[in-house]
Design a protein around this ligand. Sequence first.
Ligand SMILES: [Zn+2]
Length: 442
Amino acid sequence: MGIRRKRKRATQKESGRWAKLGSLLMLAVFGLSLALPFPPSPKIPTPPEPIPELWATPRPGDKLNRGMALSSVLAGRGLDAAQIREITSLLRPYKDPRTLRPGAVMRFSSAPGEEIPNRIGIELNPDSILHFARVAPGWTVRLELVPFVMDTVRISGLIESSLWSARLGGDLDRLGDKEFEELVYALADVFAWKIDFTRDLRRGDAFRIALERKVRPNGSIRSRHFLAIELRNRERVIRAIPITGPDGRFTYYDEDGRSLHGSFLRYPVPYRITSHFTNRRYHPILKRYRKHEGIDYGAPTGTPVEATASGVVTRAGFAGGYGRLVELRHAREIRTRYAHLSAIAAYIRPGVHVNQGEIIGKVGASGLATGPHLHYEFILDGKHRDPLTVQLPEQPSLDRSRMEAFRRDRDKALRLLEGVPIPYDLHVAFAEPSDRDRRPVR
Ligand SMILES: [Zn+2]
């Protein structure tokens, strides 16, 4: 099913009106964001360069198809060999004519009453257009950088069953469907170590987002990044604040400066390793060599076992040679297993969310075990890995020296979310019979 059909709009009437505004939308939107009661973006929008009236008699643009040479397109428009040579040599400093990407838009226009174009525009990429103009006796070239404006968009959502079917509010009408889809993926990525968006969301969960965009005059998005995110998942509220790294990439922290990009505790019990991860080991009970796809920690019966990262319980109970087993699913399809337990914590059952460091059970000798120990497994992409050597991307929390600046940025960012209403009470908006038939409100 398409995204569009799943999206719900806060006010149906408004969306129609917005759609009609067409190209004026961006202008209106920019004015609106300045009028909103929060500090405007400190960045000043780049003033658009004046564009000369190139397209006196515009004709439909050509798209450069795969395998099509620029020279043959130009020849098709009636340009002679000398002119084609001149244009390609003017193009060369900007772009190798042979590497013009398929799909690049080319526009032609000509003087009144003439067939052969005297103006040619080639879209090098979405942000730059090369303009060729015939001025006797030859051609000139000028590079136009497509201007953009910066705006701030704020969106809220109330989860019904999944992120895709959330009731949405806020500046929703400023987003295209594709942009909304990209936003959902980006959102899931930010919280990947905290929440599995395909499984952990519940009806009644909600989110609020503020993002900053660079928007081209045609409404397409040059770039976008989150300014602040608030997610309410059951009883917890998680907020995400971005920090720009030296490489220009964003990493996200919670409001206390802890990285949202989680890392694993190196051990689930603070005891010595009695058996390492190996592909070949003599098993004292089975009396044969077999892999040991985990690490054994020799610990007394009853020692509390901690979850090495936050995750969701996928198994909890007796499981053959494992004895009493707890299995957790974490971000990026990582699983951890805790075996031979003497007891499993009472509330640990499939579907329950646990935090890093939470006690999930107690060390024991259940299943195939010669004595009390914890057998700990780490499974990445379906393969058992040595938890001591597996390479995981890790992101430390902010240190003291950076906390003060972070708090300032955080407070500023979270203020953007204030006053963005979560659409708790939008049932009224969907009371029209046609809407109800299509998608009943439960
Ligand atoms: Zn073991």
